[in-house]
Design a protein around this ligand. Structure first.
Ligand SMILES: Cc1cc2nc3c(=O)[nH]c(=O)nc-3n(C[C@H](O)[C@H](O)[C@H](O)COP(=O)(O)OP(=O)(O)OC[C@H]3O[C@@H](n4cnc5c(N)ncnc54)[C@H](O)[C@@H]3O)c2cc1C
Ligand SMILES: Cc1cc2nc3c(=O)[nH]c(=O)nc-3n(C[C@H](O)[C@H](O)[C@H](O)COP(=O)(O)O)c2cc1C
Length: 579
């Protein structure tokens, strides 16, 4: 048992670590004990992902490339930990983001492993788009390349792991040799990823014809839980944070669950919205189908009414779904996206039986993510969301987003089902680190969580928050709480930009420029910079201003400023949670 300063050191380390880091430490120590290497000389588990035997591979394959394509950081985090495992085995894994990857190097590669997520509606992550487009627009000859793909995705989306599948198929068509089968992973990807990498390491081992056998058979990957963890919760509060007269509606929603919901600040809650009742009624009326008829779809068997209300996407169908509709209904329909109800009005089905065929091919409703705005330490047993009612123009009228409207209308007492989307990249730094948070609008959500967590845990790092909205009087979300954080010293600095309170528009990036000198001092002294909220244009404008500040205050060229920001990114000091 530990006592005195050893116990204190351990307690300090634990207090400064995230849950994931603690899990890693646990695995590392277990590895040390089971391998009887008390000084940890390289044979312990270097990460939660391991090949299980803790021995260096006696392999002749000394070099592989491990490329990742990521949007929210999971693929990068995973690839980084896999590269560390490879290193322990004496394999130099060249770790590279697909945004940085020199595509002309591909024919020179011998072993090329790709970890890539799927985003949007079955699309590649933005940083990997150039690579993805290149391999789809060009026919390459890669007969000497050995490869495998680890695809990150989410089974709740209609096009599960589509990007990984596409990359795998393209490499096949280039004549490359797939050394390990494509591995698809749901949001709880750790065990599957570990299993895939064990197979990769085995392949590298056997590729050498080495006489040295592996010391122990590989430990089977930790048993995979049966799918992702769904929680049931009750809506306890649902209020509009904007005052009367505002152009916006932002709902503060509090959900409680009898079960302990495992999440950390920076994670998001994923929920599948229901379709609007009146739209479902209109569809039933237009098609004349009996609402109680049971239909079997790819994922679910239920009555037509249940399927149309809770399971199937009937909004803004993808052009592939419209094509399927055209072929079932035997009509010529131009390549377009459309709501099902409009499709039925313009291109009616012949009879209810034909509509039953249409129901079978409709994809599932995609989940929507909302950054959690509560903290597990400060809001015990609760999860809070900050949901902006999403509006857009279609057919010359204002429309509202399906999920944000659905959530905004949820009455108190409603029971909902959700799961947690872990955002491995967007995590609080260690408690002593300074943090600059830029989060206008609903971008405040994860930062409310960060501030509450730092307050509840007594973190010593300084915090600076840039917030913006349209009007001070109607749109200052969480005004009282933020002012309280200032008065108790949790918020060291707060800068506000209300864009429409004066003739010229003022946004958070303008406030950043006003404070350029102090901001750069914080950054150069090691502060972490996190952005949350709208991807376009907010996060891009903020990034440009950050580069300008680094350039001007740090006396750098624009190239040097970019390198500076890239380095911050590599050190996980520059992260985004944008949408
Ligand atoms: C990691 C992450 C965190 C997030 N955190 C938050 C958060 O904290 N708070 C928050 O408010 N949001 C957050 N979001 C955004 C949120 O997930 C949703 O994207 C947002 O609420 C819009 O979803 P919706 O269902 O309301 O809109 P949808 O119905 O999905 O509409 C989205 C878009 O689809 C198009 N569209 C839909 N229907 C039609 C049609 N009939 N005709 C033409 N175009 C159409 C429009 O362009 C519209 O803007 C986050 C997203 C991510 C990825
Ligand atoms: C907006 C959004 C859209 C997504 N679309 C899909 C999809 O179409 N298919 C899929 O399998 N997964 C989809 N996912 C799930 C991601 O692939 C999954 O969360 C993955 O772990 C993200 O990895 P990354 O952080 O490396 O990008 C989507 C996630 C988000 C946030």
């Amino acid at each position: 048992m530990l006592t005195g300063h050893k116990l204190k050191t351990l307690q300090e380390l634990i207090a400064a670590s995230t849950k994931e880091e603690i899990a890693w430490i646990n695995g590392y120590l277990t590895g040390l004990v089971s391998n009887e290497h008390p000084n940890g000389n390289g044979n312990g588990h270097s990460t939660a992902i391991s090949n299980g035997n803790g021995h260096s591979l006696a392999t002749g394959v000394k070099k592989i490339s491990l490329a990742y394509g990521t949007e929210t950081g999971n693929a990068k985090k995973l690839a980084t930990s896999l590269a560390a495992v490879a290193k322990k085995k004496g394999i130099n894994a060249k770790l590279v983001g697909l945004d940085q990857y020199k595509i002309t190097d591909l024919p020179k590669e011998e072993y090329f492993f790709v970890v890539i997520s799927t985003q949007g509606e079955g699309e590649p992550p933005l940083p990997a788009k150039k690579f993805y487009d290149y391999i789809h627009e060009n026919q390459l000859a890669l007969p000497d390349l050995k490869y495998s793909v680890l695809a990150l995705g989410d089974t709740s989306y209609p096009l599960y792991c589509k990007t990984g599948e596409d990359v795998d198929a393209r490499f096949q068509s280039f004549g490359a040799k797939r050394v390990v089968e494509l591995q698809k992973c749901d949001v709880d990807y750790e065990a599957d990823a570990q299993h895939w990498f064990e197979k990769v390491l085995n392949t590298l081992e056997s590729a050498t014809g080495s006489a040295t056998p592996i010391a122990k058979p590989l430990t089977p990957a930790e048993k995979k839980p049966a799918g992702k963890k769904y929680y049931t919760g009750i809506v306890n509060t649902n209020i509009n944070l904007n005052d009367r007269g505002s152009n916006k509606q932002t709902f503060h929603i509090e959900i409680s669950s009898e079960e302990k919901v495992e999440y950390e600040p920076g994670d998001a809650l994923a929920i599948v919205p229901e379709n609007k009742k009146w739209v479902v009624e209109k569809i039933l009326q237009l098609t004349g189908i009996d609402r109680t008829i049971e239909i079997q779809t790819a994922k679910k068997t239920a009555s037509v009414e249940q399927l149309l209300t809770k399971h199937l996407n009937i909004c803004y169908l993808l052009s592939s779904a419209v094509k399927n509709y055209a072929s079932i209904s035997g009509q010529e329909i131009p390549d377009t996206r459309m709501d099902l109800v409009d499709l039925l009005r313009i291109y009616p089905v012949k009879n209810p039986e034909q509509f039953a065929e249409v129901v079978k091919i409709l994809p599932a409703i995609a989940p929507r993510l909302y950054s959690i705005s509560s903290s597990p330490s400060a809001h015990d047993g609760e999860i809070h969301l900050t949901v902006g009612k999403h509006s857009f123009q279609a057919k010359n009228e204002e429309r509202f987003g399906l999920c944000s409207e659905f959530l905004g209308e949820l009455p108190v007492g409603t029971v909902i089902t959700f799961y947690i989307h872990k955002n491995r990249a967007f995590k609080l730094p260690s408690p002593d680190k300074d943090l600059i948070m830029i989060g206008p609008g609903t971008g405040v959500a994860p930062f409310r969580s960060f501030l509450a967590e730092r307050d509840a845990t007594g973190a010593s790092g300084k915090n600076w928050f840039f917030f913006g909205e349209q009007h001070f009087t109607t749109d200052f979300l969480y005004q009282t709480e933020l002012q309280n954080f200032v008065s108790i010293g949790v918020l060291t600095n707060i800068d506000l930009a209300f864009s429409r309170d004066q003739a010229e528009k003022i946004y958070v990036q303008h406030r950043m420029l006003e404070k350029a000198n102090e901001l750069f001092k914080w950054i150069d002294a090691g502060a972490y910079v996190y952005i949350s909220g709208t991807k376009d244009p907010m996060s891009k404008d903020v990034e440009n201003v950050l580069l300008q500040i680094i350039q001007e205050q740090g006396n750098k060229s624009i190239e040097e400023a970019k390198q500076y920001l890239d380095k911050m990114n590599d050190e996980d000091r520059y992260e985004k949670d944008v949408y």
